[in-house]
Write a protein that binds this ligand. Structure first.
Ligand SMILES: *Cc1c(COP(=O)(O)O)cnc(C)c1O
Length: 814
């Protein structure tokens, strides 16, 4: 390996076998034959985790510089750039492989095409393919690393976000056959124009023999054709409009259960059916068909495989169930890597709960039964599970040797009729089943009954926002994530778990109870409590929460309550600089200092203040005054206290507006949830949640009929209305009555008629196609939270935190 990546080696254990690569210390599951690549990026330095991993038994490291300290028995490979080394390693694996490699790029559908191709080709070939949508500068080398001698075909996807990236991926994948799915708007902002983006993507096929594409009158089609001439690439075309295409689709019949294509391929009539009717699925399947024909798959095999194409769910969903259970549903189950990702998620979110895995047969692993079961059993062994349940015929109990209690059922039905035996409570249950096993039946049974109004929260967007703000900080600046008020209405420990996983430095809550709840869920990060009531001081100490101290009286009571206790207690001093809410004024500081001098048990962990108008460009002067006051007061404190503490003042909008005031830490609140008062932040953030309700009933009104309390709406003509399952008790304000509020159903807007009720609203859908059970967007992609806030004459903060507790929170991870 040292040779392949041209590293300077520092071996204490030569002749070590490396079987898996680890790039992220949080994904650690086993130290055996692992090599850690210490990647360093703008917000992250892998070198900081070497010691932690070494303690866990990892002893192979690829690094940019040797760490200080003593690492007996460890191997270090030193390279100028660890990412480049990772890519070199993958390149050399690709060069040695005899597999035929298929490379896929395009704006949409890459992962689906990859998965479907694997489904279509797996009966004839041994296949290696990218896990999930691993298509980046890091994901591609990791995918290619998985190629082994027995693989006959490799299928890899490549995604880029800016010019220059594809050339690097091309070197690693070196596809013999390519597929260009389509071109859309993703990442447009990083390219000069659409043409540049197409050209850049085409670089993947520079050295390919052939390329599959859809022949049509379009700029993309033309570009592909001239590229092929220039680089001597043979084109493998399909088309619905151009009879000259190799595969011409003559007819397309849409029936109850899907679409049937009749095509003419090199003079012969051919047919396949797919179980989908939407445009994107049709296009994706036709790319696969053209390629499968090229590979010479027999037409009976093709027909069978296409009729069984399965939807690819690429996200993981988490809901709370009955009896305090947590249900994690990950339908994407076709490879070991995704099982590993889901198990990490289970571990991270499950914490102190019992952990249960319900796993179905794997239909598309590309491995033999035996190989698959030995691999997943080994993987499971690294996670502390309490119960494993296997569903399907592939599980043969006698073959299984697990320490964890393990039960096998031949079908989902059989398990469901035995589910009462388990009496799950306070458990975290991971459901990982192929679609045909219909695990949704299990999750429905385990879910708590509640009305069908949901706040969907997207974890990946929150991580995106976190990284955006981290990018604005210098590496030394710490970050406190504000998770007060149920994480701005988005949940509590779920968000804190995610933030802890992503290594924020501190959490901030409003009241002691909120902190206690996080501790009970297993959160170990330091937690500051903004407004701890005196009556809660015992809990505060017992759960190692750190109080904000804002008055002399409060300081006295707190010191009294810890007097008889052992150890030091961290406190945070709140200083008044202009908000005129809580905090010590400047004149109190001498008294404060003399109190602190008598209380050596109390350690000032930080001193801070809060800005009154950080998002208001008209108040820059006042904000600067606040910042100067904090500086002056904390200088004074630090001089007299004789030890150092953290200083902080900026909230979300202060982070981008006042970089000079980051001090030692920033407090990130609403920005984490994707909301900002600054236009500049707003364009880079993603709102993490969307609020959705359901249509409960449709009504047809005659002229003169009225709607809702007080009869404020009276129909003048035939009117159709829909009743929607959300009301003011869920946070949908009564002020949205009578046409002020709007909702969106499948992209079309409808306005509220009559008064908003406690649990319901009515909309006018006379000119729409609305059905009972339709999902209704209250805010989200169509109706922004800013728009809704404006109509409610408030700010997004209040919209988020006002969402009622009975609205179910559902978490997604793409
Ligand atoms: C809520 C809060 C924050 C976060 O404010 P955002 O505007 O949501 O970023 C920061 N500091 C204190 C003291 C707070 O109460």
């Amino acid at each position: 390996m040292a040779e392949l990546i041209r590293a300077e080696s520092n071996f204490s254990r030569p002749n070590t076998m490396v079987q898996s690569l680890l790039l992220d210390s949080r994904q650690f599951s086993s130290a055996e034959n692992v090599c850690f690549f210490a990647l360093s990026g703008k917000n992250h330095d892998g070198h900081l985790f070497i010691n932690e991993l070494f303690q866990k038994g990892v002893y192979n490291f690829v690094v940019q510089q040797l760490p200080n300290g003593h690492y007996e028995g460890a191997n270090f490979l030193v390279v100028p750039n660890t990412l480049v080394a990772l890519q070199k390693l993958a390149t050399s694996i690709r060069e040695r492989s005899k597999a035929k490699v298929i490379g896929i790029t395009g704006s949409n559908g890459k992962t689906i095409v990859k998965e479907w191709l694997a489904q279509v080709l797996q009966s004839s070939f041994e296949i290696c393919r990218s896990p999930k949508s691993y298509n980046s500068q890091i994901g591609v080398p990791l995918s290619v690393w998985e190629m082994e001698e027995h693989h006959e075909i490799g299928i890899f996807e490549a995604g880029i976000s800016k010019p220059g990236e594809m050339a690097l991926l091309e070197k690693i994948i070196k596809p013999e056959i390519g597929i260009f799915t389509n071109i859309g708007t993703a990442h447009d902002q990083n390219f000069k124009d659409r043409d540049q983006k197409i050209e850049e993507k085409l670089q993947l096929f520079k050295h390919s023999q052939s390329l599959v594409y859809k022949k049509q009158t379009s700029a993309l089609s033309e570009k592909i054709e001239s590229f092929a001439v220039l680089h001597g690439v043979e084109l493998l075309s399909w088309s619905e409009e151009d009879k000259d295409a190799d595969l011409f689709i003559e007819a397309e019949e849409i029936g109850e259960s899907g679409t049937r294509f009749t095509g003419r391929y090199k003079g012969n009539k051919q047919e396949v059916s797919i179980p989908f009717k939407d445009k994107a699925s049709k296009e994706n399947s036709l790319h696969c068909w053209r390629l499968a024909l090229e590979m010479g798959i027999r037409s009976e095999d093709l027909q069978l495989a296409f009729s069984q194409l399965a939807t690819i769910e690429m996200r993981l969903e988490m809901k709370s169930g009955s009896h305090g259970n947590l249900i994690i549903n990950d339908a994407y189950n076709s490879d070991l890597e995704s099982l590993k990702v889901a198990l990490h998620f289970l571990e991270n979110q499950g914490r102190k709960r019992k952990k249960v895995l319900i796993l179905s047969d794997v239909l598309q692993s590309g491995l033999s039964n035996k190989e698959w079961s030995s691999q997943w059993m080994e993987l499971i062994g690294h996670f502390g599970l309490d119960q494993v349940i296997g569903i399907g015929k592939q599980f043969v109990k006698s073959d299984l040797h697990l320490k964890t209690p393990f039960d096998v059922y031949s079908s989902t039905e059989e398990f469901l009729s035995n589910i009462y035996k388990y009496q799950f409570h306070e458990s975290a249950i991971l459901l990982k089943g192929a679609r045909s096993f219909q695990f949704e039946k299990i999750s429905t049974l385990l879910e708590s009954k509640s009305h069908e109004t949901v706040l969907n929260i997207h974890f990946d967007r929150m991580v995106h926002n976190l990284n955006y703000f981290r990018g604005l900080l210098s590496p030394k600046t710490k970050l406190m994530a504000m998770v007060k008020a149920f994480s701005y209405g988005s949940g509590s420990y779920q968000i804190a778990n995610l933030l802890e996983f992503h290594k924020v430095d501190y959490l901030g809550v409003a009241y002691t109870d909120e902190g206690v709840e996080l501790r009970k869920a297993g959160i170990a990060l330091p937690i500051m409590v903004l407004n701890p009531e005196e009556s809660s001081f015992d809990d505060l100490v017992q759960y190692q929460l750190e109080p904000e101290i804002f008055s002399l009286n409060q300081l006295r009571v707190f010191s009294k309550s810890v007097k008889d206790k052992q150890g030091d207690f961290a406190i945070h001093l709140k200083l008044e600089t202009g908000l005129n809410r809580l905090g010590f004024i400047e004149e109190e500081i001498p008294t404060l200092l003399s109190h602190l001098a008598q209380q050596p048990q109390l350690q000032v962990a930080s001193a801070f203040s809060h800005l009154a108008a950080s998002d208001d460009p008209d108040e820059v002067e006042f904000t600067q005054l606040q910042i100067a006051r904090l500086r002056k007061m904390t200088d004074h404190l630090s001089e007299k206290l004789g030890y150092s503490f953290l200083r902080h003042i900026v909230n979300s909008s202060g982070i981008s507006q006042y970089p000079e005031a980051h001090f030692d830490m920033v407090r990130l609140g609403v920005g984490l949830y994707g909301v900002s008062g600054n236009a500049s932040d707003r364009k880079d953030l993603k709102v993490v949640s969307e609020l959705r309700a359901t249509v409960s009933q449709i009504k047809h009104l005659k002229p003169g009929d009225s709607v809702s309390y007080g009869r404020t709406f009276v129909a003048e003509s035939l009117t159709t209305t829909a009743v929607i399952s959300i009301g003011y008790a869920d946070g949908y304000r009564r002020s949205l009555s009578n046409g002020i509020g709007e909702v969106s159903i499948r992209g079309k807007r409808y306005s509220v008629i009559g008064k908003v009720c406690m649990d319901m609203i009515m909309i006018n859908c006379t000119d729409g196609d609305v059905k009972v059970g339709d999902s209704v967007e209250i805010f989200g992609d169509d109706i922004s939270i800013y728009e809704l806030a404006k109509k409610m004459q408030t700010i997004p903060y209040e919209v988020l935190t006002g969402i009622g507790q009975r609205v179910k929170r559902v978490y997604f991870m793409e």
